[in-house]
Design a protein around this ligand. Structure first.
Ligand code: PMP
Length: 309
């Protein structure tokens, strides 16, 4: 498990409060029906600048705002105000280390009945300090899950809904109980979707291959970042297409990516060893570029990093 320490300050009901005072009723709609949606955003500590840099903050808040439409949600705070809350929480908590920001929009009414229309929503946000979410050095042992990925016509994965994470929880737990680090979801049609909380990339003949946006995935902001950096910095071809399960076993290299996962090499799938069980050269290059970019060290992409202090 990642090491987590609760940040002392949260944003709740329009005010900055100690996180222990940010509490909802057991009758809350989102608590009963899973009608919340959220984001996960990282801030990286840059020691040279003695500052925390929040990565792709507007992109995360934009995704959340778009997903609010699917869930028929409206909140008083606009996107700029929500971005400000995220940054302000780090300042008020006085964090000078790696942080993880968790904005949530949720159906906050205490009303009965599963519906998205006509139930009032609220915005809240908390932060924690966070190091690695999963191992990024030695490679992960992963297993194809017996649980299928949620389909877009059931609970859209792109929503990043609280209720939808039952699916991820079942798959991740199954994998861990069986002695693996992580799970890979297949879709109902048997093609590869993603990990429990991360997107997946194959390296084949020097090209990157990843599932397309309509493959029941959360269209990750890290995924989009990797696609752009692979093309622009490493000059790689990137192909978005459906992936068959057995392609995982025969790939040259495999890696997960996500805000939490960052760029995490995969060293085996269902006990089939990938690249001799060590992170491959393309994965390592990708990882190195990614870590430089998120820490604000690459001038061309510095605009993706928002300084907090
Ligand atoms: N898929 C799922 C199911 C996730 O929970 C996450 C983490 N947010 C991702 C992919 C990666 O998305 P992002 O890069 O935007 O964090």
């Amino acid at each position: 498990m990642p090491s987590m320490t609760s940040g002392p300050i949260a944003y709740f009901n329009g005010a900055y409060v100690p996180v222990e005072d940010a509490k909802v009723s057991i009758m809350t709609h989102a608590f009963n029906y899973g009608t919340g949606l959220f984001e996960g955003i990282r801030g990286y500590y840059n020691a040279d600048e003695d500052n925390v840099l929040v990565f792709k903050l507007p992109e995360h808040i934009d995704r959340m705002a778009r997903n609010c439409r699917i869930m028929c949600m409206e909140v008083p705070e606009d996107q700029a105000a929500i971005e400000e809350v995220c940054v302000e929480l780090i300042r008020r908590s006085n964090f000078k280390e790696g942080v993880y920001i968790r904005p949530i929009v949720y159906k906050s009414e205490c009303s009965l009945g599963p519906t998205v229309k006509g139930v009032a929503s609220s915005f809240c946000c908390y932060i924690i300090t966070l190091g690695d979410y999963c191992d990024t050095q030695s490679g992960l042992d992963v297993a194809v899950s017996s649980w299928r990925r949620l389909s877009d016509n059931a609970i859209p994965s792109r929503v990043k809904s609280t209720g939808g994470y039952i699916n991820s929880s079942l798959a991740a737990s199954e994998a861990k109980q069986a002695g693996f680090h992580e799970a890979v979801f297949l879709r109902e049609d048997g093609t590869v979707a993603e990990g429990s909380a991360m997107n997946i990339f194959l390296v084949q003949d020097g090209k990157l291959i990843t599932s397309p946006p309509n493959a029941d995935i959360l269209v990750g902001i890290t995924r989009n970042t990797i696609i752009q950096l692979a093309k622009e910095v490493l000059g790689l071809e990137v192909i978005e297409r459906n992936i068959g399960r057995s392609e995982l076993y025969v790939s040259d290299e495999l890696f997960f990516c996500g805000t939490g996962a960052q760029v995490a090499p995969v060293r085996s799938v269902d006990r089939r060893v990938i690249n001799g069980g060590t992170p491959g050269p393309v994965t390592l290059k990708m990882q190195s570029v990614y870590f430089d970019v998120v820490q604000g060290k690459v001038p061309e992409y510095r605009h993706w990093c928002r300084p907090v202090y």
